[in-house]
Design a protein around this ligand. Sequence first.
Ligand SMILES: [Zn+2]
Length: 293
Amino acid sequence: MPNLPDHKSKPEHCLFSIDVEDWFHILDIPSAPPVKEWDKLPSRVENNFLKLLEILDGGQVRATCFFLGWVAEKYPHLVKKAAASGHEIASHGYGHQLVYKMTPQEFLNDAAKAKKILEDITGMPVLGYRSSGFSMTDKTPWVFDILTEAGYRYDSSIFPAAREHGGYKSDLMAPYRVTENSDSLIEIPISVARFLGRPICFFGGGYLRFFHYRLIKKMADRVIAEGRPVNFYIHPREVDPDHPRLPMSRLRRFKSYVNLAKTESKINKLLNDFDWIRFCDYIKLNFQSGEND
Ligand SMILES: [Zn+2]
């Protein structure tokens, strides 16, 4: 059994995370461009990420930025600016590949490469990892061991509900250590709330854009009342309603592009309505025993 943190007496916080990638980093569609073509595409990540940093500044909130290694390599000043503003730098892997389509060795190479690029830019250790598309499943039981081998201290990739790619059947909705070992990797799952009897995510990507703010707030309050932090996630392209579109099925188009024009105002309300903390600080507060730093 994993060790659950003893945080009953501590205030719960919300966690604001940005998966720093470009508009064409959409997974699992035939029109998704391969890595070798990314350089030729018009990039929007620079302006969009700077806009997100301004939004966070306005709310006086510090976030955790899961940088795609490829983006960090191309725009190291974005990593430096985020770090200088007090945001945590974490890793979104290098090449934005689905975990369950990689071999364990390919996964190790990708996760380690991104970590090194980020650490070389900031000179600071990178503790956190998030996989592309939350694509860890019961078919990838080796991921935690490999992330530990690569030097990561926590992961935030488990999506404990049904999902198109990824999705991990688990009753563990609160952050936990993946083994009983007191210095083992910590998992901070994507937040889900029970709604009409089913675990549903209201807190990121298409879910955050689709649901009405009042419902998102109510569900976030419910998660907090259950003693869990709320793990929100956003992509830079989501504050850029005019970004180019990739061809895809009607359903995927809806999920990828619904309500883009409303995202910024929703984020502003969230920043104002909740208390925020970086993932690294949440871990320090809640998993103190066994941590050396
Ligand atoms: Zn991603």
